[in-house]
Design a protein around this ligand. Structure first.
Ligand code: TMP
Length: 208
């Protein structure tokens, strides 16, 4: 049986990842593919329990290092219990965030460093990387207003960090995409949802 394809969606807050993940999954199913939709942190019962620890509480509840370890632990469970088995049985996996979020948030913006994040990923998830990572690109102001409209005061610990943090984050994602052009596609997330989905599908054309 052919191994399935692993696709991650990445980007800052408010870029429309969750909506686009659902739209992309339906479009791929319409082409006859068996698609699993999942998210991080979370995606398996153990990882969802860790998600609650990570997203609730005060902004400074965890140091960036502790956060990096918790995200890596959640990812290890998610990969072992959900992602690898799905890929091995020929299914396509669409993940709302994966390792690049740890690289950008904890590694870049949080200051832990990319090399240490990859070491944790090697231990936890045997270094599994997506076949394609779609980076949803939205101007900072648009993202902030979409997020405020959606979440108001209910933003999670990361959504409540300041503007400088979010700028560092956007720069870290851009640098990741530039460093690995074979895996990444940066997709314009402005405009109608249908238009964004078409761009995302086009960015998967070469995956077969
Ligand atoms: P989301 O459901 O809005 O994507 O929330 C997840 C939050 O966790 C988001 O603010 C990004 C953050 N995050 C990290 O900091 N590192 C990671 O590895 C992942 C997967 C998410």
């Amino acid at each position: 049986m052919a191994r399935g394809r692993f696709i991650s969606l990445e980007g800052g807050e408010g870029a429309g990842k969750s909506t686009q993940l659902k739209r992309l999954a339906s479009a791929l199913r319409a082409r006859g593919l068996d698609v699993v939709e999942t998210r991080e942190p979370g995606g398996s019962p153990g990882a969802e329990a860790i998600r609650t620890l990570l997203l609730e509480g005060e902004v400074d509840r965890w140091t960036p290092e502790t956060e990096a370890l918790l995200f890596a632990a959640a990812r290890a469970d998610h990969v072992a219990r959900v992602i690898r088995p799905a890929l091995d049985s020929g299914r396509w996996v669409l993940a709302d965030r994966f390792i690049d979020s740890s690289l950008a948030y904890q590694g870049g913006a949080g200051g832990v460093g990319m090399a240490d994040i990859m070491t944790l990923h090697g231990i936890g998830s045997h270094g599994l990387l997506p076949d394609r990572t779609l980076l949803l690109d939205l101007p900072q102001g648009d993202a902030a207003s979409r997020e405020a409209a959606r979440d108001g005061d209910n933003r999670d610990r990361f959504g409540r960090k300041d503007g400088a943090y979010h700028q560092a984050l956007a720069a870290a994602f851009r640098a990741l995409a530039e460093a690995d052009p074979a895996r990444f596609r940066t997709v314009d997330a402005t405009g109608a949802p249908e238009a964004v989905t078409s761009r995302l599908l086009a960015a998967l054309d070469d995956l077969g």
